[in-house]
Ligand binder design. Structure first.
Ligand SMILES: NC(=O)c1ccc[n+]([C@@H]2O[C@H](COP(=O)([O-])OP(=O)(O)OC[C@H]3O[C@@H](n4cnc5c(N)ncnc54)[C@H](O)[C@@H]3O)[C@@H](O)[C@H]2O)c1
Length: 446
């Protein structure tokens, strides 16, 4: 099939590349000229495991192309995916200007039957807004007799991939959700997705509104699980229980399940914070107060400051001139994405208190450098950051941090002190290695 993907970010580039991998001819469109130039030269602008290999194969074999021209996409594509940003507006609701702007442009351009697919995360009712934005433009170009009605269908096809395992998630999705009232569009979408569900995972066809709600409900539920576990962890600390044992005990119950029960320093990234906020806002607009989500957000904000509080208490508030080594900047491992990363909150709070920061991350350093410039020091080596630091703070659970040389840590740090926001180490090991070790929801090793 001939496919176009509008917006070539984390979702769009993975979507386009994976569709090319199953034999489709894919044109990716982005307004960012620099990004398109890089892609045309064969450079993948984001870090996502496994993406590079598929990208190189499909560009070389001529199935994956890039442009800044929307018109080119319209001319070739039977299906056009919108993988555009939906950032929070000032009031917390999703900003739909990217989506509706492109919808309007599509209305000016389409000339033969096209399925327009919304892959971005959008509030309930967006597919109707997209439909009306396209139709308004079509009405200017076609008379009713020209049957403009039949020129397009809008489908809601929310994306559930996780950054860090995006390619794997896209190639083998747990389920595919397709929201449409058009049988013609549904059939085209099923045909496109068939190669991805050969192991029997379901393709659910539903109405547009339910599809849009499914994505918000899923992300908000996952965020709720995280905030719930963070509160359990904080309570464990206060009561002398060990959250890791509690987590295993809880998770063995099939009704609960083992995944997504890890406490930490709050959820971040480009999805959970904005999606929870947007769903709460949508609820409010419909006269419904979504109380749980309000608490989820409040708990998360507090949790992001948890490490700072622990550091503050340890140093009795005297942080001026202290130096901290920071392991991890990305909002989670295996990505270079730093949007809403808890590490950024820690940096901001420590800088405000007059501390200095030496940071290392396997992939995200350049993104933080672009954001913070010379406010902190950056290193290419996880051990170099430790030199003369008063403590090590761990903010992202990259695998390379899991079994470090503790003797080297002891030698390089000014004192053997670790604040671990991701519970990477065994308490007994830390005790025998002679560290002060403060983690989340567990006893402090002194
Ligand atoms: N990142 C994730 O893990 C993830 C997962 C599932 C769903 N989503 C949703 O998918 C959507 C996209 O997220 P993302 O993380 O890929 O965003 P992103 O910011 O990485 O990418 C968006 C891209 O769209 C481009 N763009 C903006 N306006 C454009 C226009 N008019 N024409 C063409 N291109 C344009 C930008 O230049 C950018 O490259 C969001 O709604 C997000 O909530 C994201």
């Amino acid at each position: 099939m001939n496919i176009a993907v509008i917006g070539t970010g984390y979702v769009g580039l993975v979507t386009g590349t994976c569709f090319a991998e199953t034999g489709n001819n894919v044109l990716c469109v982005d307004i960012d000229q620099k990004k398109v130039e890089m892609l045309k030269k064969g450079v993948v602008p984001i870090y996502e495991p496994g993406l590079e290999l598929l990208f190189q194969r499909n560009t070389k074999q001529g199935r994956l192309h890039f442009t800044t021209e929307l018109r080119e996409a319209v001319d070739i594509a039977e299906i056009i995916f919108l993988a555009l940003p939906t950032p929070p507006g000032e009031d917390g609701s999703a900003d739909l200007s990217y989506i509706l702007g492109v919808a309007k442009d599509l209305g000016k351009l389409i000339h033969s039957y096209t399925v327009i697919v919304d892959k971005s995360t959008v509030p309930v009712g967006t597919s109707e807004m997209v439909t009306s934005a396209i139709r308004t433009e079509l009405d200017k170009r076609f008379t009713p007799e020209d049957a403009a009605e039949g020129l397009f269908d809008v489908v809601s096809n929310p994306e559930f991939l996780r950054e860090g395992v995006a390619v794997e998630d896209f190639m083998k999705p747990d389920r595919v959700v397709i929201g449409t009232s058009s049988e013609r569009a549904a059939n085209k979408m099923k045909q496109l997705y068939e190669p991805f569900v050969r192991q029997g995972n379901p393709i659910y066809i539903m109405d547009e509104r339910s599809a849009e709600m499914t994505k918000y409900a899923a992300n908000s539920y996952l965020a709720t699980r995280i905030s719930f576990m963070n509160e359990i962890a904080n309570l464990c600390e206060a009561m002398g229980a060990d959250v890791d044992k509690v987590r295993i005990g809880m998770g063995s119950d099939n009704r609960i399940g083992k995944r997504f029960l890890f406490p930490g320093i709050g959820y971040g990234g480009s999805c959970f914070p904005k999606d929870v906020q947007a769903l709460a806002k949508t609820a409010e607009e419909h006269g419904y107060e979504f109380q749980i989500l309000k608490s989820v957000m409040k708990v998360n904000e507090k949790q992001k400051s948890r490490i700072y509080q622990k550091v503050y208490e340890f140093f009795r508030g005297d942080l001026k001139g202290k130096t901290f080594a920071l392991w991890g900047l990305a909002f989670k491992p295996n990505t270079d994405d730093i949007r809403e990363a808890p590490a950024l909150t820690i940096i901001e709070e420590l800088l405000e208190a007059g501390a200095k920061i030496r940071a290392f991350d396997p992939e995200a350093v350049e993104n933080v450098r672009t954001l913070l410039g010379t406010k902190i020091d950056y290193f290419q080596d996880q051990y170099e950051v430790l030199v003369d630091a008063d403590a090590l703070i761990i903010a992202t659970e990259w695998n390379v941090f899991r079994t470090p040389g503790f003797d080297v840590l002891r030698k390089l740090l000014r004192q053997p002190v670790i604040f671990d926001g991701r519970n990477l180490y065994d308490l007994h090991v830390m005790e025998s290695e002679g560290f002060y070790y403060n983690s989340i929801g567990r006893k402090t090793v002194k």
